[in-house]
Design a protein. Structure first.
Lengths: 584, 92
C-alpha cells in the first residue's frame, strides 16, 4: 500500500466499547505468523533438550500472565491460563513431538508445531462448537513455545512508543501481553461491546472502538489515528485542523479527569449544598480495592455471578462467606450492597440445569430460579449473614416482578437468621433488604413495593430493555436502548417519588449512573445514590459538583415532558454548567 | 491385571473445560496407566493423563465412556475416576 503524507482523512465507524479520546500512531497488532523452519538435525538429544527448555520457559510465562491477569483484569479472565498451562504439561503432546525429533531427525520447531497442529485439527473437527473452540487455545500455546524456540521477541517488546492498537480482535493472551503504559487505545475489526477488548479497555480506562470492519486492518501500520471512544469513531489520516480540535478536547478531558481524581475522595455536593452518595459497581475483591482508590463511598452493586460461573457445582457456604468477608473488610464500615445471584438462561451453570429457552431475558432467571431452588438461595443468604458482623451489609434481589416474590423471600430469611443466632453465629444488626427495580411491573406498583423493602436500586439496563421491548444483546435494536428516553425517565421519576413518600432511599446501578449526560437529570429527579464503574466515579462526582439541585430539577422536569432521548440529551448539552468552585 | 468400568456423563458440558481438567488432574495422581475411550462415538483408547487427548474424545453429556486402569494403584484409580464422573465432577 502507498503510504504517503497525502492520504485523505478517512472515517471508520464501529461500536463504542470504552469512552475517551486517543490521538496517536497506529500499531498493527497481528497475530505473529512466523514461518516454521524445518530441517534435518544431527543430535536428537539436543533438540529434545531445546524443546523441553522452551516448554519450561513457556510455562513460566503463562504462570506470570495468570497472576498478572488476575491482578489487572479479573480472576475469571485468568482461568483461561490455567487451561493453557495444563496443555503445556500434556504428556502425549510432548511424546508426539519428541518421537518426531527422534525418528524423523527433524528440528524441535517443526516437530512441535506438527504435534500441536495434529491435536488442534482433531479437536477442531469435533462437531461440537464447545470443543472446537479449544483448538484456538492449543494453537496459542503452541505458538508461544515456537516463539521461544526461535528466539523471536514477544510482540509487546517491539512496541516502542505510545500507540493505538489496531487488531482483528484481541484474545486474553494478547491483551495481557500488551504493555499497558504504551497503549493509548484499541480499534478492532471484529468483536462486540462485551468482547475481551472492551472489557480490558474499560478496566484500564482507555478508549476503544470495536467492530470497525476489516477495512481498518488495511491501514498502514503507522497511520496517524484519532479514536473517539464515546461515539465509536476512528479517524485515520486526520487533517491538521481535525487533530487540533481533538487535541484540545483531549487536553480538556485530561485536565478535567486530573482535577476530578484529585477531588475523588471528597463527597459529591451540589453548589446548593445537597449531598448525594456515589458508590461503585464491582464484581470481585480486586474491583473493590480499585473502587476505594477512585473515591467510592461504598459498593452499590456487588455482582455475585463470578462465584457461580465456570464450575461444575455450586459454591459452598464457607467459600462464599470467605469472599464476602474479604470484600466487606476492604470496604470497612462503608455500605456494601450485594445482589444475590442474577443469572439467566443465556449463561451456562451446569448444576442449575437452566435448559434452553426461546427468550432467556424473559425467562427463568435471577430470583425466579432462586425461589424455585431455595437450597441455593439459602446457602447464599446464610453465607452473607455470617459475613455481616461489623459491616454495613445490604442485600438486594434481582428481577423481582411481583410482591409475592418479596414476601416469599422474606419468609426464607427469617428462619435462617433464627437458625444462625441459635447456633451462636453473630449477624449484623439492621441489615437492609432491597430490590432491583428493573421490570416495569415494579415501577408501576412502586408505592406498594416501597412498603415491603428498605431500599430500591434501579437497574436501568434491564428496565430499558423491558420497557422498549428491545433485547440488549441484539445490535439491530441497540438504537432503541437509550435510558434517557422519557419513557424511562418518567418511570424513574415515579419510583423515586413513591420511595421518598414511603421513607426509603433509591439508588441506580445501571450504566446510566455513569453516563455524563444522564447524571444531571438523575440528580434533578432526586436520586439518592449513584452506582457506577469505579473509574467513572471521579467524573460523576465532578458533574454533580457543577450543578445546583434547583437547576437539575428544572432540567429533569423539562426532560420528562420531552418526546425522545435525543431531545433530552440535546437539552443537557445546551445547558452550560457553571465551573465548579465549591468549598467542601 | 487390569480394571475396566463404564460410566455415563451426566454433567452438562461433558468432558470439557473444568470437568476435563479435573479428570486429567485426578488421573495424573496415579502411577497406573490409565486409558479412556468414548463408547458413544466408538473412539480408540487414549491416555487419560493427556488433556488434549481427552478433549479429542468429544465426550458430551449422555455419552458413555469406558475407563481402564493398569498398575499398582489401578483399584484406587478406577474408583476415584468413576466416582468423580458419577458425582458430576463436584470438587473434593
Amino acid at each position: 500500500m502507498d503510504n504517503q503524507n497525502t492520504e485523505k482523512e478517512r472515517l471508520f465507524t464501529g461500536i463504542p466499547a470504552s469512552p475517551g479520546i486517543a490521538i496517536g500512531q497506529g500499531y498493527l497488532y497481528a497475530q505473529q505468523e512466523v514461518d516454521i523452519p524445518k530441517h534435518k538435525i544431527q543430535n536428537p538429544g539436543k533438540e529434545k533438550g531445546r524443546l523441553e527448555d522452551a516448554i519450561t520457559q513457556a510455562k513460566e510465562e503463562i504462570q506470570s500472565l495468570h497472576q498478572k491477569t488476575k491482578k489487572e483484569i479479573s480472576s475469571e479472565e485468568a482461568e483461561i491460563f490455567a487451561a493453557h498451562e495444563m496443555m503445556l504439561e500434556d504428556p502425549m503432546l510432548l511424546e508426539k513431538a519428541e518421537r518426531a525429533i527422534q525418528e524423523n531427525e527433524i528440528n524441535a520447531e517443526s516437530a512441535w508445531m506438527d504435534a500441536v497442529e495434529d491435536f488442534a485439527e482433531q479437536i477442531e473437527n469435533l462437531d461440537d462448537e464447545l470443543f472446537s473452540a479449544r483448538a484456538a487455545d492449543i494453537r496459542d500455546v503452541g505458538k508461544r513455545v515456537l516463539r521461544i524456540l526461535m528466539g523471536v521477541q514477544q510482540e509487546s517488546a517491539r512496541m516502542e512508543e505510545k500507540s493505538i492498537i489496531i487488531a482483528r480482535d484481541l484474545t486474553p493472551s494478547d491483551t495481557v501481553l500488551l504493555d499497558k503504559e504504551l497503549v493509548l487505545g484499541f480499534c478492532t475489526a471484529e468483536g462486540g461491546p462485551t468482547s475481551h477488548t472492551a472489557i480490558l479497555a474499560k478496566a484500564l480506562g482507555i478508549p476503544a472502538v470495536v467492530g470497525l470492519g476489516s477495512g481498518i486492518l488495511d491501514l498502514p501500520a503507522d497511520a496517524p489515528l484519532i479514536i473517539q471512544g464515546y461515539k465509536g469513531k476512528v479517524i485515520a489520516y486526520p487533517r491538521p485542523e481535525t487533530t487540533q480540535e481533538y487535541q484540545r478536547k483531549l487536553e480538556e478531558t485530561e485536565k478535567r479527569a486530573q482535577l476530578a481524581l484529585e477531588k475523588a475522595d471528597q463527597p459529591a455536593v451540589t453548589r446548593d449544598d445537597v449531598r448525594v452518595e456515589v458508590v461503585a459497581n464491582v464484581g470481585s475483591v480486586e474491583d473493590a480495592r480499585a473502587a476505594l482508590e477512585y473515591g467510592a463511598e461504598g459498593i452499590g452493586l456487588l455482582r455475585t455471578e463470578f462465584l457461580y460461573l465456570n464450575r461444575s457445582t455450586a459454591p459452598k457456604e464457607e467459600e462464599q462467606e470467605t469472599i464476602y468477608k474479604e470484600i466487606l473488610e476492604v470496604m470497612g464500615d462503608r455500605p456494601v450492597i450485594v445482589r444475590t445471584l442474577d443469572i439467566g438462561g443465556d449463561k451456562n451453570v451446569p448444576y442449575l440445569d437452566l435448559g434452553e429457552e426461546m427468550n432467556p431475558f424473559l425467562g427463568w432467571r435471577a430470583i425466579r430460579i432462586f425461589l424455585d431452588n431455595s437450597e441455593y438461595f439459602e446457602t447464599q443468604l446464610r453465607a452473607l449473614l455470617k459475613a455481616s458482623p461489623g459491616h454495613d451489609l445490604r442485600i438486594m434481589f434481582p428481577m423481582v416482578s411481583t410482591l409475592e416474590e418479596i414476601r416469599k423471600t422474606k419468609k426464607l430469611i427469617k428462619p435462617i437468621e433464627d437458625d444462625l443466632l441459635a447456633s451462636g453465629s453473630e449477624i449484623a444488626k439492621d441489615i437492609q433488604y432491597g430490590i432491583m427495580v428493573e421490570v416495569p411491573s415494579v415501577t408501576i406498583l412502586a408505592d406498594q413495593f416501597a412498603k415491603e423493602v428498605d431500599f430500591f436500586s434501579i437497574g436501568t439496563n434491564d428496565l430499558t430493555q423491558y420497557t422498549m421491548a428491545a433485547e440488549r444483546t441484539n445490535d439491530k435494536v441497540a438504537h432503541l436502548l437509550d435510558p434517557c428516553h422519557p419513557a424511562i425517565l418518567r418511570q424513574i421519576d415515579h419510583v423515586i417519588q413513591a420511595a421518598h413518600e414511603a421513607g426509603i432511599w433509591v439508588g441506580l446501578c445501571g450504566e446510566m449512573a455513569g453516563d455524563e449526560e444522564a447524571v444531571p437529570i438523575l440528580l434533578g429527579l432526586g436520586l439518592d445514590e449513584f452506582s457506577a464503574a469505579p473509574t467513572l466515579i471521579p467524573r460523576v462526582k465532578e458533574i454533580i459538583r457543577r450543578w445546583t439541585k434547583v437547576d437539575a430539577e428544572k432540567l429533569a422536569r423539562k426532560s420528562i415532558r420531552m418526546a425522545s432521548a435525543e431531545e433530552v440529551r440535546n437539552a443537557v448539552r445546551e445547558h452550560k454548567p457553571q465551573p465548579s468552585n465549591k468549598k467542601t | 491385571m487390569t480394571k475396566e468400568e463404564k460410566v455415563t456423563l451426566q454433567n452438562e458440558v461433558g468432558l470439557h473445560a473444568r470437568p476435563a481438567s479435573l479428570f486429567v488432574k485426578m488421573a495424573s495422581n496415579y502411577t497406573s496407566e490409565i486409558h479412556v475411550r468414548n463408547l458413544s462415538k466408538d473412539t480408540d483408547w487414549i491416555n487419560a493423563k493427556s488433556i488434549l487427548s481427552v478433549l479429542t474424545l468429544g465426550a458430551e453429556q449422555d455419552h458413555q465412556i469406558e475407563i481402564r486402569t493398569t498398575g499398582e494403584d489401578e483399584e484406587e484409580a478406577i474408583t476415584a475416576l468413576t466416582s468423580l464422573v458419577k458425582s458430576n465432577f463436584s470438587d473434593h
